[in-house]
Design a protein around this ligand. Structure first.
Ligand SMILES: Cc1cc2nc3c(=O)[nH]c(=O)nc-3n(C[C@H](O)[C@H](O)[C@H](O)COP(=O)(O)OP(=O)(O)OC[C@H]3O[C@@H](n4cnc5c(N)ncnc54)[C@H](O)[C@@H]3O)c2cc1C
Length: 390
């Protein structure tokens, strides 16, 4: 085989958290398996995995997402054992997520709380008086209800997790190729490789689309119009002179979220309009016009807050039902998807990547049944709607 042609058992487009966690699990479960990861930017400057808020929560509306989170938090708590020593610094803080509702949303929040409790989530129901007593800095007058995760929710070092997966995958034999994938060789059931811009080809009978917000472009090489778009989200870094004791990750009924980050706070909100592929620059104007007024209304101490900085990344949004798309499609049995995690991919990566590794290597899920996320549900028009998307 010429230098320009490499061969692999599994070839992955994209070395973000999905591609790297998958490379890690495949080489962990089958050390003889040859894995090649094609990544165009080893600095991950635009990759979602390097630009996220790195939160993990249990408060979902679909059972599968709760089950994934239960397994993910177990993995993160024990990361040092699974990964290498560097994982010791993942900085997991289980400070909780606090969902707030006014009267208009209280019934819905209550129904979700009931369901989550039935699934074993440790989540407290707080009425207005409880909220005011527990969080004295909160303007609670218009609030009717809150739900607070008591265990298994918080945040961690996202880039640290990516680095730990990638370095451990390499240590286990996975090969990272720096290069831009531009197409496939073969087609349909005969797909047999990834073509790179510099002319190299990675031959493989198992090809994985782990291209994050760029997943639709990659799927198009096989003639598939995957419903994944790149939705810009700005994360604002805010300085506030007052310390807000016990602030978890708070999700306001107006849509914004905020949490502590070192000496500062980070916050964001879902923008409208929410177009596909907006330039990857922070929306600084949105701080003054949208976020700050809403923040100061909910937490009056933020009236004297200042914007310290901001960054932007893409949610790899599944426009079909806002849940991950996993597995293969009937006409393309050699093309695997691990896409569309819609703002909750970093926390799910340890578990969904393990599941996909099991499917690729053994033909079935062995640890957690992830068939609810099968990409065929999109082809069959059977949405699995997740209502709690932040
Ligand atoms: C602002 C923000 C906040 C978020 N907050 C959270 C959170 O709190 N919790 C959570 O769980 N998730 C969160 N997410 C979502 C999370 O970051 C993503 O779900 C996850 O990182 C997706 O990982 P990925 O590997 O699929 O994509 P990426 O990390 O984007 O990786 C894809 C990689 O593919 C490479 N690539 C693409 N096309 C090609 C090609 N043609 N050739 C070679 N390489 C290619 C890219 O360079 C990139 O490195 C957030 C995302 C954003 C943007």
């Amino acid at each position: 085989m010429s230098e320009a042609t490499l061969s692999a058992d599994v070839a992955i487009v994209g070395g973000g958290i999905m591609g790297s966690a998958l490379a890690f699990w495949i080489t962990r479960l089958d050390p003889r398996c040859v894995v090649v990861v094609v990544e165009r930017d080893p600095s991950y400057a635009r990759a979602s995995s390097a630009l996220s808020a790195a939160g993990i929560r249990q408060q979902y509306t679909t059972e599968i997402n709760v089950r994934i989170s239960q397994a993910s938090i177990a993995f993160l708590r024990d990361a040092q054992r699974h990964l290498d020593r560097s994982a010791a610094s993942l900085g997991l803080r289980e400070s909780g997520y606090l969902y707030l509702a006014t009267a208009a949303g209280a019934e819905r929040l209550q129904a979700r709380w009931r369901r989550q409790r039935a699934l074993g989530v440790e989540v407290a129901r707080l009425e207005r008086a409880d909220l005011a007593a527990r969080f004295p800095w909160l303007a609670a007058n218009d609030l009717a209800l809150g739900t607070l995760g008591l265990r298994g929710e918080g945040w961690f070092d996202g880039p640290g997790l990516l680095a730990a997966f990638a370095s451990q995958a390499r240590a286990q034999g996975a090969r990272y190729l720096r290069g831009e994938a531009v197409g496939f060789s073969g087609s349909g059931p005969h797909l047999d490789g990834i073509r790179l811009a510099d002319g190299r080809i990675v031959r493989s009978a198992a090809i994985v689309n782990a291209a994050g917000p760029w997943a639709r472009t990659v799927a198009r090489w096989a003639g598939i119009e995957l419903p994944v778009s790149a939705r810009r989200r700005t994360v604002y870094v805010i300085d506030c002179p007052s310390r807000l004791a016990g602030l978890p990750l708070l999700i306001d009924p107006s849509g914004f979220w905020i949490r502590p980050e070192g000496a500062y706070y980070i916050a964001g909100y879902p923008p409208t309009p929410d177009e596909d592929g907006a330039p990857l620059e922070p929306d600084y104007a949105g701080f003054e016009s949208v976020l700050w007024p809403a923040l100061a209304e909910r937490i009056p101490a933020f009236e004297s807050a200042r914007l310290r900085g901001a960054w932007a990344g893409y949610y790899e949004m599944n426009d079909f039902d806002q849940n991950g798309l996993l597995g293969t499609l009937p006409d393309h049995p050699r093309l695997w998807f691990i896409n569309g995690f819609s703002g909750h991919g970093l926390q799910q990566a340890p578990v969904v990547a393990r599941g996909l590794a099991e499917r690729i290597l053994f033909g079935r899920y062995r640890t957690l049944d992830l068939s609810a996320l099968d990409v065929t549900r999109w082809a069959d028009d059977r949405p699995l709607q997740e209502m709690n998307v932040i």
